[in-house]
Design a protein around this ligand. Structure first.
Ligand code: ADP
Length: 297
C-alpha cells in the first residue's frame, strides 16, 4: 500500500490573450476546471498504475470538495482520510494561459493549509502499513513531519513546489526534486551539468538517496557515492505539466512492489514520458498496460 499525504486543488484554467498587469482587466476565454494539486495528482498517477493508494488531506465544505474527492475515488484512491474543513474553501489554482502556452498561476491553498500533525496521527494505521509514504510541499511542514515520523515504510519526499523556508522532514529515504527545487533546497543557482547537479545534491544531508528529475534529460540517481544518469525516453511532448507528479506516483508504485531504485526510476521515466504526450495533469497519467506496452515497443 502507498500513502500519499498532500494537497487537493481545483484547477481553474482560463485562456487569455496576454497576462494582465496590475490594474488591468483582461477578457479571457471559457474556463475549464480540472482536479489537481500535487498530492492528488501523484495519488491518481499511482492508482492508475495499479497501486493501492490511501490519501491523507483536507478539502473545504464547498462543491469543489465533493468534485475533488469523487474524482480521486473514481480513480481508485481510498479517500477515507480526506477530511472536510468547515467554513474554509477548498484549495484552488487560478491558471491563466496565454497563446504561447505560458502559465501564470495563483494557488490559494485553502483547506490544504489546515492539514495538521493530528490529521496524520488519525491516519497512523495507514501510514504505518504503507510500503511507501509520498509527501510534497503543498501542505504545512508540521503535517509532513508527522507523516514521516509515522511512516512504516520508505518516505519519498518531493519538495515541490519550491517554497522558500520549507523544512524537509528529518527522515527522508528518497528525495525527488527537479532542478529548480534542488536549487531552492541547497540555496545555489540552478545547476545545468550533471557534475554541478551532483555537487548540489551532495550538499543535501539526511536524505538516503536523491533522484533529481531533469525534464527531457531524464533523471540523475545519487545513492551514497554512486551516481547514475538515466536518459529520458524519446517522445514528442505536447504538455509537460504534471510530468513530475506522474514520475513520483510511478516511482512509489514500483518501489512498493519491491523493485530496486534503478528499476523503479526507469519505469517511472516511461510513465512520465507518456504523460508528456497528453494534456492535463491527472488525465495524462498512463495506466499500467500502457507503460508495459511502451517499454516493450
Ligand atoms: P517537473 O514536472 O516536476 O518539473 P520534470 O520536468 O523534471 O519534472 O519531469 C519529470 C520526469 O518526466 C523527467 O525526469 C522525465 O523522466 C519525464 N519527462 C519530462 N519531460 C520530458 C520530455 N520532454 N521527454 C521525455 N520525458 C520527459
Amino acid at each position: 500500500m502507498i500513502a500519499v499525504v498532500g494537497s487537493l486543488n481545483l484547477d481553474l484554467v482560463a485562456p487569455v490573450p496576454h497576462h494582465p498587469v496590475p490594474g488591468e482587466t483582461v477578457l479571457g476565454g471559457d474556463i475549464a476546471q480540472h482536479p489537481g494539486g500535487k498530492g492528488a495528482n501523484q495519488a491518481v498517477a499511482a492508482a492508475r498504475l495499479g497501486g493501492e493508494v490511501a490519501f491523507v488531506g483536507r478539502v473545504g465544505d464547498d462543491d469543489a470538495a465533493d468534485l475533488l474527492v469523487d474524482a480521486a475515488r473514481e480513480q481508485g484512491v481510498d479517500t477515507t482520510h480526506i477530511l472536510r474543513t468547515p467554513r474554509v474553501p477548498t484549495g484552488r489554482a487560478l491558471i491563466a494561459v496565454n497563446p504561447a502556452g505560458e502559465n501564470s498561476i495563483i494557488v490559494s491553498p485553502g483547506a490544504n493549509s489546515r492539514l495538521t500533525a493530528a490529521d496524520c496521527e488519525a491516519a497512523a494505521d495507514r501510514l504505518a502499513a504503507a510500503k511507501v509514504t509520498v509527501l510534497q510541499q503543498e501542505v504545512p511542514d508540521a503535517a509532513n513531519h508527522a507523516a514521516a515520523r509515522l511512516a512504516g515504510g520508505l518516505v519519498l519526499y518531493n519538495p515541490a513546489p519550491a517554497v522558500e523556508g520549507a523544512v524537509p522532514p528529518p527522515r527522508v529515504d528518497l528525495l525527488v526534486p527537479n532542478r529548480t527545487e534542488l536549487a531552492a533546497l541547497t540555496g545555489t543557482p540552478e545547476a545545468e551539468t550533471v557534475d554541478d547537479i551532483t555537487a548540489a545534491a551532495r550538499k543535501l544531508t539526511g536524505a538516503g538517496a536523491v533522484v533529481v528529475t531533469l525534464g527531457g534529460d531524464g533523471v540523475l540517481l545519487l545513492e551514497g557515492t554512486a551516481r547514475l544518469h538515466i536518459p529520458a525516453f524519446a517522445v514528442t511532448p505536447t504538455d509537460t505539466t504534471g510530468a513530475g507528479d506522474s514520475f513520483c506516483g510511478a516511482l512509489a508504485v514500483a518501489l512498493a512492489e519491491g523493485r530496486t531504485l534503478e528499476q523503479a526510476a526507469r519505469w517511472a521515466c516511461a510513465a512520465a514520458a507518456i504523460s508528456t504526450t497528453r494534456t492535463g495533469a491527472q488525465p495524462s497519467s498512463p495506466g499500467r498496460d500502457e507503460v508495459e506496452a511502451f517499454l516493450a515497443a
